[in-house]
Design a protein around this ligand. Structure first.
Ligand code: SAH
Length: 340
């Protein structure tokens, strides 16, 4: 099988070129064609000899996604269903903010985590995406819209820390100034709470933002909502978060999806304050999004604001996340991997 050229960082690509008997600077030219010029075939790389272009075409694939479907929300959010070229499909979302364009990428085909409120649950886990398959989501959207994307969040389908090595590699490739040149500060990783990987990430000390999907303040409720809590409970998760903050001196963002009569009462807010008191953090409140057959409904607006105000009044910075794309099922937790 041909290798995906988008999975190579620049150093590795240079090594591949040396193996092919080519000069390393040629690898840099090709890297630029791929990540900056965003061409779709080796043939378009006009400063490369025809012979080398043919050689590359034999060795590598460019991994160019087909768009199976594109939907646009009334708020401008766009959702893509991509054919990842092996019979599978994934969703990717493009959002517009005042500060630029932000992409929400998938890290896996399906998800193993089994969170009860998420649409990615209940579809079979197929496999993790390779670095190149993560990168191609960015490049495919940039090509389609003829834009430059400034921010990226790993909040699509999958658990990014369950695909740790490929996600780290994708970030390294995204960062490269000779490529897409997206700074790590513009990248967020969201995790359901894979504790050992949070420690690993802390020790790696990259400048990404870490988001933790917390969603509950007692082990009983969190385990009922998120099976991962049976493996790593809230106390262990908080310990890992404190380590992360101490090590990186970076603020953690806690995501808390508010579901009516589930996790949205004052007692929950009080426990949340206790859990997070004194931590360098921010709470992102998400009015829970409805999923097909889901048993959760959004908290009332009044409750959402009460919850937020209680946190803010008690020293925890909390904001309510703007809902984008819910009319096209592109909001948090609504992504799937099939055209259903
Ligand atoms: N697996 C990672 C990233 C994917 S989900 C994680 O769990 O963090 C991105 C965010 O959407 C997570 O915070 C997730 O808990 C949240 N989410 C899932 N389903 C949701 C729903 N129905 N409404 C609101 N947020 C949801």
């Amino acid at each position: 099988m041909k290798k995906n050229i988008k999975s190579y960082n620049l150093d590795e690509l240079k090594e591949e070129f040396i193996k092919l008997g080519e000069k390393p600077y040629r690898a840099e030219q090709v890297f630029k064609w791929i990540h900056q010029e965003n061409v779709t075939s080796f043939n378009e790389m006009t400063n490369i000899s025809l012979e080398l272009r043919e050689k590359l075409d034999k060795e590598f694939t460019m991994c160019i996604y087909n768009i199976i479907r594109k939907q646009e929300s009334i708020d401008g959010t766009k959702k893509y269903l991509f054919d990842v070229l092996d019979g599978n499909a994934i969703e990717t979302v493009l959002m517009e903010y005042k500060h630029g364009k932000s992409i929400c990428v998938s890290s896996q085909i399906g998800c193993k985590m089994g969170c009860k409120f998420c649409a990615s649950t209940g579809i079979e886990f197929v496999r993790s995406l390779t670095p190149g398959e993560i990168i191609e989501q960015v490049l495919a959207v940039q090509r389609d819209e003829n834009i430059k994307i400034s921010n990226l969040v790993f909040m699509g389908i999958g658990e990014p820390l369950d695909n740790y090595d490929n996600v780290m590699k994708a970030i390294q490739i995204l960062n490269n100034p000779k490529g897409i040149n997206m700074g790590a500060r513009h990248i967020s990783i969201s995790t359901s709470g894979l504790v050992p990987k949070i420690y690993e990430l802390a020790d790696k000390d990259i400048q990404c933002t870490l988001s933790i999907s917390l969603h509950a303040t007692t082990d009983e409720l969190r385990s009922a909502l998120m099976p991962v809590n049976n493996a790593y409970n809230i106390e262990e998760l908080m310990k890992a978060c404190r380590y992360y903050i101490e090590k990186t001196n970076k603020r953690i963002s806690f995501e808390y999806a508010l579901a009516k009569d589930n996790n949205d009462n004052l007692e929950d807010a009080k426990r949340l304050v206790k859990l997070l008191k004194g931590m360098l953090c921010h709470v992102n409140l998400i009015p829970i999004n409805k999923i097909e057959n889901g048993k959760f409904t959004k908290s009332t607006n009044e409750n959402i604001l009460k919850f937020r105000d209680y946190l803010n009044d008690n020293g925890i910075v909390a904001t309510v996340r703007r809902e984008l794309g819910s009319d096209i099922d592109a909001a948090c937790g609504q992504l799937r991997r099939k055209n259903l």
